[in-house]
Every structure is written in C-alpha cells, then in structure tokens.
Ligand binder design. Sequence first.
Ligand code: NI
Length: 426
Amino acid sequence: MNTLIKNVSALLPDGEVKQGDIAIEGNLIKSVGSVAEDFKPDKVIDGSGKFAVPGFVNAHTHASMTLLRSHADDMALMEWLQDKIWPVEDKMTEDDLYWGAMLAAVEMIRSGTTAFADMYGPYVDGIARATIDSGLRGILARGIVAVAPGAYEKLEDSVRLYKTYHGAENGRITVMLSPHALYTCPPEFIKALADKAKALGAEVHIHMSETEGEVKDCLKNYGKRPFAHVESTGLFENGTLAAHCVHLDDEDIGIIKKYNIRVAHNPGSNLKLASGIAPVQRLLDEGICVGLGTDGASSNNNLDMLEEVRLAALIGKVQTMDPQAVPAFSAIQMGTEFGARAVGLKDVGRLEAGCKADLVLYSTEGPEWHPRYNLVSLLAYSANSGSVDTVLVDGKLLMEKKQLLTIDEEKVFFEVDRCAKHLMND
Ligand code: NI
C-alpha cells in the first residue's frame, strides 16, 4: 500500500517545518518534501491545513491500567499500590487485560500516540492481541513483582513471550524483560533475570529512583543507592529503559551514562504521586537519551502524550528556574525521536526517508492554532490532542478524519464497563 500526503506542513528532524508532500511506500517513508514523478499512490490524503508530526512514543505505560482509572486517587505511591491497585490487579484475567489495552489503544490513537512501551502482567498475551488488533507499535514486557509467589515461573513466561512476540507483525511488536523495581525484586532475582536477558539478547524495562523513599530504603537495605545496587546485579549490561529517574545524584548519572541507560520521564505521574521532578535538562545536557511516558492511566490519569510534552517543558523550567530549559522542540523530540530511541526502536520517530511511516496529522483549523507564527510552539504550548485528525502506523491508517479504522470504539467501552463491574464486585 502506497500513500501520498499532499501539500502538508511537515516537522523535520532538525525542527524545521517544510511545506510539501510525503510519500509512503509500504511501511516506510519514501520522501518528505518533493515526491518522485513515478510514485504511484494507492491512496491520496489532502494535507492542506494539516501539520504532520512523527507519532508520539509513550516510553513508559501500563496500558491495561485504564481499567483502574479513577478507582483511587490522591494517595502516596506505596499505600496506593498495596491497598488499592494490587488487590484488584490480582483479579484480572487475560480478557480484562485485552479490553483494558484496547481502551488504551483508542485513547492513544485519538491523542496521536503510535507506539507504547508497556510493563504489565500477568497475561501479556492479551496485551499482545490488543497490539495486533489495534495496529499500534508495541514494546511489551511482563512486569514481574518478584516478592509475590511464582517469580521464577513469571521469568520463564517472560522468556516464552520474548520468543513468541519479539519481532512479530513485521517487527511492529518487540519484547523486553522487566523486573518491576528494586523494591519489588530481590537482587538475586534481578540477577537471574539479567542472565536470561543476556542469553536472549533482550533489553530490560524497570522503574528506577521514582521516590525519595525508594532511595532511602535501598541505602538502608543494601548500603547503596538504587543505580549502584542494580548495577551490581548486571541488569544494566543488557540495554535498559529506566522509568522515572526522579531522584538522582552525580554517581547515579555517571552509571546512567556508563551503560547508556535510556530514561522515560513521566512528568504527569511524578506530579500526581508527588514523587518529585526529574532533572531533565541536566540529563539532556549530559547527552542522556530521555523519552516521555504517561505511566499507567491510574496515576496520570490519561494517556495523552501531548500533555506530557507540555508538562515536561513547563516543569523542566521551574525545576531549574530557567525559562530556557526544556524548550518546545526538545520536549517534542522527547515525545517522538528520543522516545523511540529510549524504547529501542530504530528508524522510528523522525519524518525522513527510510524511517517507519508512524505519523500523525493535526488539524490546524481550531482557535488554538491561530495565528500560525510557529507550528512547533503551537503544538507544544497551545494545541490539545483533540486536533489529532489522522494517524498512520507502519504505513497503515489507524484513524482518518477522526474515524478509527481498526477498532470498534463503542464495543470497547461496553466491554470495559463489563470488566470494571467484575473487578470491583467479585
Ligand atoms: Ni510505571
């Protein structure tokens, strides 16, 4: 399937906006700007009045936690997890995880997200099925809480998931291994997981240094700060996506650089759970790859990456008391190109020839898009995701003119309400 987007404003990797056409051949961008005369499209999209941007990469989420949205708010992280989240999660079936992930998919597509790095369980097959059905790009992982029973069976299941889904759907699905966090996984378990990851060639996804309490407890229990402690298990030798990284000192940053650890910054979740503000401008200055994530929909409470872009830019400024910190284009890069790199995707997150055709067309008709001095500024600081009009992943249309093409939205809402009933009542 070849697609031609005509007469569109396209955001280039260097931050410039170019007026022209975008040719998509199969799942790849063939050209941006001018198009070869012999290019034969099967489908032509009128891009006039539209802003073409790489699709957002949600670098850290728990998609099926949409099922817990608004169930419990305004609580501290550990109390919230132990009293409100884990007891309901224990009841979740594969069917629940499928419909939760489908609800997330509706929300992600409608808000311009084309890829998501997920950490959840136990039934990742349900999440994989939702990824296949929705057409989104998924970087899936079974998050293992090893202090609960059956940790090593969960690890074996993670190996099975890797062998089953890594590279599936023409590379649209990849798989990571995931110890949930150092406070839910003893070091000997993290070491066992690191060994499995190494044997498979798999990368890892873990929560790191989210709260001050986590750092204090780690020092108390292991005599080391979180990064030094996890380094001693060998986990970081596999290629690591570390979510949060709020509480960092120079030693932590040194370890992040040493292993090229990629950071998923989750400003909305960090604010809501009062975890703190990650030193994002410092990380960018150090050359560390920082992507953006929403975290789960029950600590955010939505999956809207444009909100994370804006929050990252705003709290990056207040954290440094410098209005030049985390400028608009840097925040958009964190949501797109850097996020793609953070989750281990090559050739994703940039509108240029040879990259995967994962892109979003924003309608610039609304008042928040006028006057149009600077489309990058308008996207980061003024627009909302209601102006997402058309979404393609891997060259395939998932939404056109706000109509979802792969998902029956009404059925998803009906099934999610059914799942929520049984989770809260059984
Ligand atoms: Ni998380």
